[in-house]
Structure formats: structure tokens, C-alpha cells
Design a binder for this molecule. Structure first.
Ligand SMILES: CC(C)(COP(=O)(O)OP(=O)(O)OC[C@H]1O[C@@H](n2cnc3c(N)ncnc32)[C@H](O)[C@@H]1OP(=O)(O)O)[C@@H](O)C(=O)NCCC(=O)NCCS
Length: 156
């Protein structure tokens, strides 16, 4: 397996990996025998030491083999090299996969967040395992009872 740094240049490979509208700069691909196994991207913000992680996807038949962890570790190195301090991301719960889905979060938003439980394999647990902290939640971000969970990782 090898990780390819796309750096927003290799449009053809990006098109092979994703829908055309999903193009983002500073992307990595993980390939094995010419096949794309996963894709990670980071969106920089001008003159700010933070980048937004988006997208991150591993081919469905290749999950739970450490690929997500590997591409994120590589991305962290690249962000650090460029002077970044924090990688942040939003991860939606539109399908009631956590205890924050399908319930009214106001007014005890932080209490609910502190007691979050993973009901059906929501990826927030993956992010926690690779060192991200939950930093917030936006209730009803995608409709009633469909919050967006915010997470971040320091690369200092
Ligand atoms: C989330 C995703 C990127 C994880 O990639 P992956 O290659 O399967 O992750 P890894 O194998 O590196 O897993 C690292 C750890 O997280 C755990 N993990 C992975 N996905 C998990 C999930 N959905 N829920 C709970 N734990 C999970 C693994 O079991 C492993 O734990 P371990 O270190 O104790 O063995 C992948 O499942 C995916 O592409 N999902 C669909 C797209 C998606 O949800 N992207 C995130 C959008 S915010």
C-alpha cells in the first residue's frame, strides 16, 4: 500500500476517487495495486493555523484495517509541516446513530454531549480512537433531531 499526496494537482486521480464536486486541496490517496482504497482531504483557511478535515472515506470492503488511521496520520504530518496547529471536522448524525440523534438537545446541550453514546457505529468513535476530542455540537444542524458533532485534534 502507498499514500499519494495529491496536493490539489492531480485532477484525474481525484476524479477517479470521488464525485467531481468533491474536489478539495491537500488530499491524500491510499492505493494498493493501482486500486484506490481511501481518500482524505483538508481544507486550509488563509492565515489561520487550522484546517478542516473533509472528506475522509475508506472503501467499504476495506474498513477496520487501519487505513483511516494511516491516512489521517499522514495528513497530520503534512498539516504540521505547513505550520498548522489544529485539524477540525464536523460529523453529522442524520440517521440517529448516536444518543444525540432524534432527541431535543436544548436546553441541556452540554450535558447531553458529555453523555454521548454510540448506538450504531457512528464514526465519532473512530475519530476519538485516533486522538480527536469532541469540541461541540450544533443541535438540529441537518433538521429536527439531526445534529452536527464537532471534533478536533492538535498536531502541535
Ligand atoms: C470512518 C472511516 C473513515 C474509518 O476508516 P477505517 O479504515 O475503517 O478505520 P481504522 O481501521 O483505521 O480504525 C481505527 C479504529 O477505529 C475503529 N473504528 C473505525 N470505524 C469505526 C466506527 N464507525 N465506529 C466505531 N469505531 C470505529 C476501528 O475499529 C479501530 O479501532 P482499534 O484501533 O481499537 O482497532 C470509514 O469507516 C469510512 O470511510 N466510513 C464512511 C465514511 C465516513 O463516515 N467518513 C467520516 C465522515 S465524518
Amino acid at each position: 500500500m502507498r499514500i499519494i499526496d495529491l496536493d490539489g494537482e492531480d485532477r484525474e486521480t481525484v476524479h477517479a476517487a470521488a464525485e467531481p464536486e468533491d474536489q478539495t486541496p491537500a488530499s491524500d490517496l491510499l492505493c494498493e495495486a493501482g486500486t484506490i482504497l481511501g481518500w482524505i482531504g483538508a481544507i486550509p483557511q488563509v492565515r489561520r493555523p487550522r484546517v478542516q478535515l473533509h472528506p475522509l472515506v475508506v472503501r467499504s470492503d476495506c474498513r477496520h484495517r487501519g487505513i483511516g488511521r494511516a491516512v489521517l496520520a499522514d495528513l497530520e504530518d503534512r498539516v504540521r509541516e505547513r505550520g498548522g496547529l489544529t485539524i477540525w471536522l464536523g460529523t453529522d448524525d442524520e440517521d440517529y446513530m448516536t444518543s444525540l440523534g432524534g432527541v431535543a438537545l436544548f436546553p441541556n446541550v452540554l450535558e447531553r454531549l458529555m453523555n454521548i453514546r454510540n448506538l450504531r457505529g457512528h464514526p465519532y468513535e473512530f475519530y476519538r480512537k485516533i486522538g480527536c476530542a469532541i469540541t461541540g455540537v450544533l443541535p438540529d444542524a441537518n433538521g429536527p433531531g439531526k445534529p452536527d458533532l464537532y471534533m478536533a485534534k492538535s498536531v502541535r
